[in-house]
Design a protein around this ligand. Structure first.
Ligand code: ATP
Ligand code: MG
Length: 233
């Protein structure tokens, strides 16, 4: 069985800071996300969007409560937490090795499964089959992913999430580094291939990205203001 089973999230008075003596970057943020819901997170640069994604996985110092499927995160082993939920950061870091090793570090899957994930994530929409330099499972990835564009890295990180069958996906969209076409491919993949059983939080920079979100969270400097629970734009 995969955990979390549904992907329901409750966030209660969540505050976060980067160091013991640092300022609170998030202050008492509260919101709920139903299983399968699509949530857009918007707000000015520096307002705390990426910080929120890190706080949800307790990668930084937090106060307040976060519950996944009703389970408080303090009760969940951090490794289990971080392997069941996929966060795709603005600039994903990949491991040096082949793309195959990046997608499937423990060699648990056939190439067919990995290629399906790459297709679902939109990689093949981005490149010509006849291109000799196209990315395949055998492509060598440089440390961090330095030989790939940020958009390509996000697509590969998305493929990794599909292979892992994450129930909860948190995508921190790349900003200026990503072109419109790549962004559109990622959004289309998320809409069609992942289906309704994934809870999706997207930090978005384009209105188009959040147009069909079930809920929008607006981040303001040092605080977060939640839109009404059923608001649509
Ligand atoms: P953008 O749209 O540019 O990605 P953002 O909304 O994601 O911005 P955050 O990265 O969450 O903004 O930053 C929120 C605040 O936290 C900023 O004031 C920033 O300076 C601070 N901050 C971010 N990362 C760190 C860090 N590693 N250490 C200390 N402070 C940080
Ligand atoms: Mg950010």
């Amino acid at each position: 069985a995969y955990w979390p089973a549904s992907g329901h999230i409750e966030v209660e008075k969540l505050s976060a800071r980067y160091s013991e003596d640092g300022p609170k970057v998030l202050r008492e943020v509260s919101f709920q996300v139903a299983a399968g819901e699509r949530v857009g997170i918007v707000g000015r640069t520096g307002s705390g969007k990426s910080t929120l994604t890190l706080a949800l996985l307790r990668c930084i110092l937090t106060e307040g409560n976060v519950r996944y499927d009703g389970l408080p995160t303090e009760k969940i082993n951090l490794d289990a937490l971080r392997s069941s939920i996929t966060i795709i950061p603005q600039v994903p870091e990949l491991l040096s090795g082949t793309l195959r090793q990046n997608l499937d570090p423990f060699s648990e899957h056939d190439d067919a499964v990995l290629n399906d994930a790459l297709r679902s994530a939109g990689l093949f929409n981005l490149q010509d089959e006849r291109d000799q330099s196209r990315i395949t499972l055998d492509t060598q990835i440089a440390g961090g992913g330095a030989n790939l564009s940020v958009g390509q890295r996000q697509i590969l990180a998305l493929a990794r999430a599909i292979v892992r069958r994450s129930k909860l996906l948190i995508l921190d969209e790349a900003t200026s580094a990503i072109d419109y076409e790549t962004d559109a491919i990622i959004q289309a993949s998320l809409r069609t291939e992942l289906g309704k059983d994934v809870t999706l939080l997207t930090v978005a920079h384009r209105l188009q990205t959040i147009m069909d979100a079930d809920k929008i969270i607006v981040s303001a400097i040092m605080s977060m203001i939640r839109s009404t629970p059923d608001s649509h734009i």
